[in-house]
Design a protein around this ligand. Structure first.
Ligand code: 13P
Length: 250
C-alpha cells in the first residue's frame, strides 16, 4: 500500500503574517490526519519561519525549486544543501510554471531531481501536457518524454524514494480539473512506463495529481487506484481547504 502524500505548493504567495496564520491553522487541524503524509512548499524566504513553526509536527516542508549547482556564482539560485540547512524534506522540480516562464528543459529538470536526491531530499517531479498537446492527442508522448529524461539520466531506481506529480497544465489554476478517469488514465500510463523498467519501483512510487484539486473533488481523485495524493496550489493557501484535501487523502 502506498501512503498518500498531500503537498501544498504555495507558489509566489503570502506574507510573513499570512504564513504564520496559515501554518497555525493547518497545525490545528492536522491531528485528524494519520494515514497520509502532508507537506507545504513555501517561497524560499518563508522556509526559516516554516521550520520554526512546524518543527516537531507531522507536517513536512520543502522548496519549490533548487539549483543543480552546489555553490558559487549563480545569482538568485538556491542549493540543495541550503534547503537541508532549514530542515526541508521535499523539493518540487520541473513545475510547468518553471518550464514555461524559465524555459527549464526536461534535461535540466532531471538534473535538478538528481541534485535534490543526492542531497537527501525527496524530489517531486512535475510532468504534464498543455491543452494544445492534449487536443493533439500527444499527452502520453509528452509525459513519457518528461519522465524518460529522468530515467535516462538517473536510472529508474531514482524513483524509488521520489514522487511524481501529474499536473495537466490546462487544469492548473483554471478551476478545470481533469476528471478522475482522465487523471487515472495518465497515472496508469506513468506507472506502466516505470513498470517497464522495474515493477518494484513502479509499485512503490507515489504519483500525485495536481490541477484545481479542492476538498470537494479530492476524494474521488485520490480514490483512483494510481492516484496517491495531490500537489495543491490555490487550495493550499487556505487552511480549511488544505485540511479538507488532507482529510480526503486520509
Ligand atoms: P492549482 O491547485 O491552483 O490548480 O495549482 C496546481 C499546481 O500547480 C500545484 O503545483
Amino acid at each position: 500500500m502506498r501512503r498518500p502524500l498531500v503537498a501544498g505548493n504555495w507558489k509566489m504567495n503570502g506574507s510573513l503574517e499570512s504564513v504564520r496564520n496559515l501554518l497555525d491553522g493547518i497545525k490545528r487541524g492536522i491531528d485528524e490526519v494519520k494515514n497520509a503524509d502532508v507537506a507545504v512548499c513555501p517561497p524560499f524566504v518563508f522556509i526559516p519561519e516554516t521550520e520554526k513553526l512546524l518543527a516537531g509536527s507531522v507536517i513536512g516542508w520543502g522548496g519549490q525549486d533548487l539549483s543543480i549547482e552546489s555553490s558559487g556564482a549563480y545569482t538568485g539560485e538556491v542549493a540543495a544543501s541550503m534547503l537541508n540547512d532549514f530542515g526541508c524534506q521535499y523539493v518540487i522540480v520541473g513545475h510547468s510554471e518553471r518550464r514555461t516562464y524559465h524555459a527549464e528543459s526536461d534535461e535540466l529538470v532531471a538534473k535538478k531531481y538528481a541534485a535534490a536526491q543526492a542531497a537527501g531530499l525527496v524530489p517531486i517531479l512535475c510532468v504534464g501536457e498543455t491543452l494544445e498537446e492534449r487536443e493533439a492527442g500527444v499527452t502520453e508522448q509528452v509525459v513519457a518524454r518528461q519522465l524518460d529524461a529522468l530515467i535516462n539520466l538517473a536510472g529508474v531506481e531514482s524513483l524509488t524514494d521520489g514522487v511524481i506529480a501529474y499536473e495537466p497544465v490546462w487544469a492548473i489554476g483554471t478551476g478545470k480539473t481533469a476528471t478522475p478517469e482522465q487523471a487515472q488514465d495518465v497515472h496508469a500510463f506513468i506507472r506502466g512506463r516505470v513498470a517497464a523498467k522495474s515493477a518494484e519501483v513502479a509499485d512503490g512510487v507515489r504519483i500525485l495529481y495536481g490541477g484545481s484539486m479542492k476538498p470537494d473533488n479530492a476524494k474521488e481523485l485520490i480514490g483512483k487506484p494510481d492516484i496517491d495524493g495531490g500537489l495543491i496550489g490555490g487550495a493550499s493557501l487556505k487552511a480549511e481547504d488544505f485540511l479538507g484535501i488532507c482529510t480526503a487523502a486520509n
